[in-house]
Design a protein around this ligand. Structure first.
Ligand code: PMP
Ligand code: GLU
Length: 399
């Protein structure tokens, strides 16, 4: 065996793979509209970019502490206090090279072989593989359209075993764009109080991108500060601050876990980029009004996308309350034929849309549910409209 047993679980991120294929077709001269990767198309906000330049100009270009600079961790502490009314000291915060890696590290330092981590379908494409790479077992719980694809606390409780180590969830959810309300979270709080051994990994990466008028999505710790010693919350620059390429994120949580994540990073990636840290500090301090503009832009794009999709018969979409994804039920078309090829699962639908109609989407299969497409609407309205027109032509061809 040339590769390790661990590598046998390894699967490339399907979103990144599909986005790369869309770019490849574009480079070949095809007019591709990629609604694949969840990545803002607007630039990093000026104050953050300026701070990045400043870091280079002022030679802020050296290693920092592996868990991030003290000054950034202080700024994050202030931000978390403002947004979630939870108090963290800088030593309860770890900064890392992207939120993805910090979630990965958290699973590494929490899980022992055979531990179970509960997630729901549809899930963010990376969760199961990240859990497996920590030698743990993903326990995947199904949700239904009727429940807006949100896990029910009673189902969660039923799935708890002696091996349950953690519950990992994301609100607003990638891929549905739907967030858990306070009442829904409260039901989880009650279950969690009955099971004090379970950690919660709260992926808050979209919690500032809400269409409901609330500044920030409801958070478990806001509702139940008594869970503070076992909730780890993750956030970062990528979404709200449009800083995907800077690779910068953070986590807050109990000291021992945060310390272990910092130590894990110190032995793996080393310190996060000094330049990205300097830029993120400025983003958090200076870009509130930019986020407000972004939310307005996203609401307009969401409405355009929903209107355009209505023109395609037999698709069902629950309007998202946050993030920038539409979770589109295309199951009506499963089993139908494109030319002579039967659409057995949504991967074929997604593949033909990309290869023949030049519209990139993510098949629901990658989030653990067959019969769906995830469309990112973090692209401009004209492109969304053209993409929906192309999808309409494609679905008409199926019979
Ligand atoms: N969680 C979710 C649900 C995401 O969609 C993303 C986006 N890649 C991340 C975490 C990680 O973001 P990043 O590593 O870019 O900070
Ligand atoms: N979170 C983004 C997405 O779901 C980025 C892709 C990734 O990191 O896999 O599309």
């Amino acid at each position: 065996m040339r590769l390790s047993k661990r590598a046998s679980h390894l699967k490339a991120s399907p979103t990144l793979k599909l986005a790369a294929r869309a770019k490849e077709l574009l480079a070949q001269g095809h007019d591709v509209i990629s609604l694949t990767v969840g990545e803002p198309d607007w630039p990093t906000y000026p104050a953050a970019s300026l701070a990045g330049h400043e870091a280079i100009d002022k030679n802020i270009t050296k290693y920092t502490p592996a868990n991030g600079t003290l000054s950034l961790r202080k700024v994050i502490a202030k931000k978390v206090q403002e947004d979630l009314a939870i108090q963290y000291e800088p030593q309860d915060i770890v900064v890392g090279p992207g939120t993805k890696f910090i979630i990965f590290s958290a699973l590494q330092v929490l899980c022992s072989p055979g531990d179970e981590v509960i997630i729901q379908t549809p899930y963010w494409v990376s969760y199961p593989t990240m859990i497996e790479l920590a030698d743990a077992v993903p326990v995947v719980l199904k949700t239904t359209a009727q429940d807006q694809f949100k896990l029910q606390a009673a189902d969660f409780e039923k799935s708890i075993t002696a091996k349950t180590k953690a519950f990992l969830f994301c609100s607003p959810c990638n891929p549905t764009g739907l967030h858990y309300t306070k009442e829904e979270l409260m039901a989880f709080v009650e279950v969690l109080r009955r099971h004090p051994q379970i950690f919660v990994l709260s992926d808050d990466i979209y919690n500032r991108l809400l269409f409901t008028g609330e500044k920030v999505a409801p958070h478990l710790l806001h509702l139940a500060p008594d869970l503070k010693d076992r909730v780890i919350s993750f956030n970062g620059g990528s979404k709200a601050y449009s800083m995907t390429g800077w690779r910068i994120g953070w986590a807050t949580g109990p000291k021992d876990v945060i310390q272990a994540i910092g130590d894990y990073q110190s032995q793996s990636t080393g310190a996060p980029s000094s330049i990205a840290q300097h830029a993120l500090e400025a983003a958090i301090e200076k870009c509130e009004s930019d986020i407000e503009m972004t939310i307005k832009l996203l609401i307009a794009r969401k409405n355009t996308a929903l209107t355009s999709l209505q023109e395609i018969p037999n698709l069902v979409v629950t309007p998202p309350t946050g993030a920038f994804y539409l979770w589109v039920d295309v199951s009506y078309y499963l089993g139908k034929k494109f030319k002579d090829q039967a659409m057995e699962d949504d991967r074929q639908i997604s593949q033909i849309l990309l290869e023949k109609y030049f519209v990139g989407t993510v098949p629901g299969f990658e989030s653990g549910m067959n019969g769906f497409l995830r469309l990112s609407f973090a692209v401009d309205e004209a492109k969304i409209q053209i993409a929906c027109q192309r999808m309409k032509t494609f679905f008409k061809e199926l019979n």
